[in-house]
Design a protein around this ligand. Sequence first.
Ligand code: SF4
Ligand code: SF4
Length: 186
Amino acid sequence: MVEILGEKKICKKCGKCCRLISSTKSYEQLCEEAKTGDSVAINFLKLFLPYESIADAIKIDSQLVDSVVEMNKRVYGPDVQTYFYHCRYINFENECMAYDMRPKLCRQYPKNEFVPVPSDCSYEGYSFAAREKVKAKVRKAKEDLLDIKVMREKAVERGVIEKFNKLEGKLTALVENYKAFGSYDW
Ligand code: SF4
Ligand code: SF4
């Protein structure tokens, strides 16, 4: 289903990634947006169909449904709703019937290392390694932030202080960027 780092062959073709597409928008909301010409909604609806109920999505992979709902709450706030969809182009053999035309979203799955993937997905190991890399980068940024504070207190030249301020802003933004995924505790 996916192509990442040229490792197409290792996908197990379980089809879960194509059958558990999530959005914080309901089908009705997306239809309304599509009517106004919103291209994101139009393209989404070209591919994905809503489940009748969350229970139908849970049948595919309850753990993944829980993880996605929890992630969305962390990212968008506790009141956010998560809706699940399935792709109209996946067949009974878990093959993509629109493989050559599949969107970037599918080609790059799982692009964001913090987006939950099924626990038995071939790419879980890749995602785990990528998450660890980001965590190491954030930990280093936090250490550097402490050093910057100490060094800035000792600095006297305005130019040097400004350089520290700039660097501090950049590193703080990096830590902040992963706040919803727990960067303050890493
Ligand atoms: S277009 Fe193909 S790869 Fe993308 S979700 Fe649908 S079935 Fe999966
Ligand atoms: S969830 Fe993972 S293993 Fe299953 S089809 Fe998608 S990419 Fe392949």
